[in-house]
Design a protein around this ligand. Structure first.
Ligand code: TYD
Length: 132
């Protein structure tokens, strides 16, 4: 599957914790865009798309949420509930994000600028793309 979990080194002292994300180091691509999702309403599921050519690194900096990832053959669920863990996604992966805690802040680093033409928003189109 085109995803992996990345454990970040936490730099901590008696004042608290700090994590640094660096391009082509613990964030394994050139970072062109950063966005964050917050104040997600209860029982909302977002996403429902795949990307043709995008690398992303998702970090829940506060709270928790669940990623459902589908490569066209199988579906797996990944719970993000710790800011020291990132979820790196590349290639054709259908993604849905759900079970957001009320305090969840989901930060996403992306390898490209926003481009709607890179999205596959129809699941049957996604399956056709995977199997072609
Ligand atoms: P959407 O793709 O529906 O979010 P999700 O996949 O998390 O459910 O995005 C919501 C809106 O924000 C949509 O109108 C597209 C816009 N958008 C941008 O303008 N730039 C971005 O980087 C992203 C991720 C979304």
């Amino acid at each position: 599957m085109g995803y992996k979990s990345i454990d970040f080194e936490t730099l901590g002292d008696d004042r608290g914790s700090l994590i640094a994300l660096e391009e082509n180091y613990n964030a394994p691509f050139e970072i062109k865009r950063v966005y964050y999702i917050f104040d997600t309403k209860e029982n909302v599921t977002r996403g429902f798309h795949a990307h043709i050519d995008l690398k992303q690194l998702a970090i829940v900096v506060k709270g928790s949420c669940t990623f459902s990832l589908d490569d066209g053959y199988k579906r797996e669920e990944i719970i993000l509930d710790n800011p020291n863990k990132g979820l790196f996604i590349e290639g054709l992966i259908w993604r849905e994000m759900k079970e957001f805690s009320p305090d969840c802040v989901l930060l996403v680093l992306a390898s490209e600028h926003y481009d709607e033409s890179d999205y596959i928003r129809d699941y049957d189109d996604f399956l056709m793309e995977v199997h072609k």
